[in-house]
Structure formats: structure tokens, C-alpha cells
Write a protein of this length. Structure first.
Length: 344
């Protein structure tokens, strides 16, 4: 049976894992007073992980502290990474490499890109921080993974020491990055004299796995609800539980998470991954115009739409408190002008 750990015990466990400081921590925890009032429900607090620094901030700054720590401990001198053309992950990984003095090679899939690819948004930032960017037709998944693995082997044969994208290695390390975030939330809530009923975030992977791990390790009573931005070709909740368990082992903690420990909500993905719908736009406009906080149309906008829908459905009382983790992603706004449908 898993026992509850203290905040200090978890901090000591984190010290066992190599870490390269990158993020501006702790990030603020702020009440969304106007949004909470207009929604007519609990007080919503926002954990500003869009303020982590590292080229426009976001959740990958926390991930990269442990990925970079592992890479440097292994003597890596180049990252081989990849995802979509407007990947937040790649943007912050490239920035982390620049800060640590490691080369970065990005393989960005244009498979689902429509029309001409403009160097803007995250792609512009990839170039600005000095990453070597290669646009490829390979689809994200086994096809792109194979391409990156082949490039990593070429680099090894040339005498380099690559740290490459390997899902089994990367996801548990990235999940560890969100254990400190939960510790910050716990301490900040205590300072404000509140006890949250739930924590919401956009995740179908490492970030949510790390939050769930920390919540279970601390024995938190509040629910952790992950609003999925996409579906994967596997059982996502089971995969997240396995990632969290693997992260616990890296921390030296005998904690096992089961599928039932993961609250994964896939009701707010529509129309599809990467395409915002009316509820997402409404949430983005609400936060921008009432709190001057920007959400992105792929991840946080949909997650906030899910939280606001839960509030309107009466899932919380007005005297409760809910924490929303803002995982960043705002640079993509500058590459989605047409999709945002603004009348200017």
C-alpha cells in the first residue's frame, strides 16, 4: 500500500535525479477573479506555467530541466528531436539546448500542414535559438521516430554523443518535471489559505502523469483532471499510469499508479487535434478580455473550455477552489491568425 509522503520528502527524492535549471520557478498562482465571477462557480486559480521562461514559457521548460540533466550526465553533445512544425516541445527543447550549449537537430513533420509553411510562431523561434531544422514528410509516430533514430546512429558513427527522442526514456524523465509543480501548488495554496477541490490541465502524457504521481505521493484529496488535447493509438490512461510509475522508480519511490489513478477526459478534443472549436474560442476570449491572459487554441484553450463546462454543469460549489495549470503554448497564436477568425 502506498503511503503519503511529505513535501520535504518529495523534494529530497527529486534531488536524486540530475537536473539542469532552466525555468523561472516557482511560477505564480493567481486567482481568476473576473472569470470566476462570470462563470458563477468556484474560485478558479491559474498556475502560470506559461511564465516558466525559456523562450515564451510553457510546461516543456520543467520537462527539459530533467531531460537536459540526464543528457549532460551522459555526456551528450547534440539533441535529435522532432514533432510537428509548430511544436511547443521542439521550441523549448531547442531553447534548452541553446542555454546548455548543446547542438539541436529538429525533424519537423509537415505531414498535416496545409499550404505553404511560413517561418512564424514556434518555427520562427526554433530558427532564432539556433536549431538545425529539417522539414520532413514523415508522419509523427513510428515513421518519424525511425528517421530520428537513423540520424542519431549517423551521429554516433561520426563520434558524436546524441540524446535522441526515445519515448521509453523521455516520458518518465519529463513527468518528473511536474512533481515540483504540484509541490509549488500545495505550498502556494497553503499560503493563500485555500484547499483546492480539483486540479485541471491539458495533458494526455507526461505532464499529467507527473501531476498524478505527485498527487498520489502526497495523498492529496483533490481530483487531478487531465483534459486530453488528442487521442493516441493506445490506451492513454494506462500509458500515463505506466509513465508515472516509471518516474516514481527514477525518484526511488515505491509508488505504483493504476489506470484508475488517471482521470483522463476526452470530451473536448473536437473538431480534432490542433483545430479549435467554438467553446475553445470562447474560453480564449474570456481569459484574454477579462484577465489579460492568453491561452492557446490547441491545448490550454480546450482545457479551459472543459473546466468552464464542468463549472456550468454544477460540479462545484461557489465556495470551492479549483486550480488550472496553464501549460503555455502561446507562440502558436502567431501562426494561426486565419484560424482564430478575428474580425479586425
Amino acid at each position: 500500500m502506498n503511503r503519503a509522503y511529505t513535501v520535504n520528502e518529495l523534494r529530497q527524492a527529486l534531488e536524486r535525479v540530475p537536473r539542469y535549471p532552466l525555468a523561472h520557478l516557482p511560477t505564480p498562482l493567481e486567482p481568476l477573479r473576473r472569470v470566476s465571477q462570470s462563470a458563477g462557480g468556484p474560485t478558479i486559480w491559474i498556475k502560470r506555467d506559461d511564465c516558466t521562461g525559456l523562450v515564451f514559457g510553457g510546461n516543456k521548460a520543467r520537462h527539459n530541466e530533467y531531460l537536459m540533466g540526464a543528457a549532460l550526465a551522459r555526456g551528450a553533445d547534440v539533441f535529435v528531436w522532432g514533432a510537428t512544425v509548430q511544436s511547443n516541445n521542439c521550441r523549448q527543447t531547442a531553447a534548452a539546448c541553446a542555454k546548455a550549449g548543446i547542438d539541436c537537430e529538429l525533424y519537423l513533420s509537415k505531414a498535416n500542414s496545409a499550404g505553404k509553411i511560413e517561418v512564424q510562431g514556434n518555427l520562427l523561434l526554433d530558427h532564432l535559438v539556433g536549431a538545425k531544422v529539417t522539414l520532413v514528410d514523415a508522419v509523427i509516430g513510428p515513421e518519424l521516430d525511425a528517421l530520428m533514430a537513423a540520424r542519431a546512429n549517423e551521429l554516433r558513427q561520426a563520434g558524436r554523443h546524441p540524446f535522441e527522442w526515445r519515448r521509453d526514456v523521455v516520458t518518465p524523465l519529463a513527468a518528473i518535471g511536474y512533481v515540483p509543480c504540484v509541490l509549488e501548488i500545495v505550498e502556494q495554496c497553503r499560503q493563500n489559505g485555500v484547499e483546492p477541490s480539483a486540479i485541471y490541465l491539458s495533458s494526455a502524457g507526461s505532464t499529467g502523469a507527473g501531476v498524478a504521481l505527485a498527487a498520489k505521493a502526497l495523498g492529496l484529496k483533490c481530483a487531478v483532471r487531465c483534459i486530453a488535447p488528442m487521442t493516441w493509438p493506445w490506451d492513454t490512461a494506462t500509458d500515463m499510469a505506466q509513465t508515472a510509475t516509471a518516474a516514481a522508480r527514477l525518484l526511488g519511490l515505491p509508488i505504483t499508479l493504476e489506470r484508475s489513478d488517471i482521470s483522463l477526459i476526452e470530451d473536448y478534443i473536437a473538431p480534432k487535434y490542433g483545430v479549435p472549436g467554438p467553446d475553445c474560442f470562447a474560453a480564449m476570449n474570456l481569459l484574454a478580455r477579462q484577465e489579460a491572459i492568453l491561452l492557446d487554441p490547441i491545448y490550454t484553450g480546450k482545457a479551459m473550455a472543459g473546466l468552464l463546462d464542468h463549472v456550468r454543469r454544477g460540479m462545484f460549489q461557489s465556495d470551492e477552489h479549483v486550480v488550472f495549470i496553464h501549460t503555455g503554448g502561446t507562440p502558436v497564436l502567431f501562426a494561426m491568425r486565419d484560424q482564430l477568425g478575428l474580425q479586425v
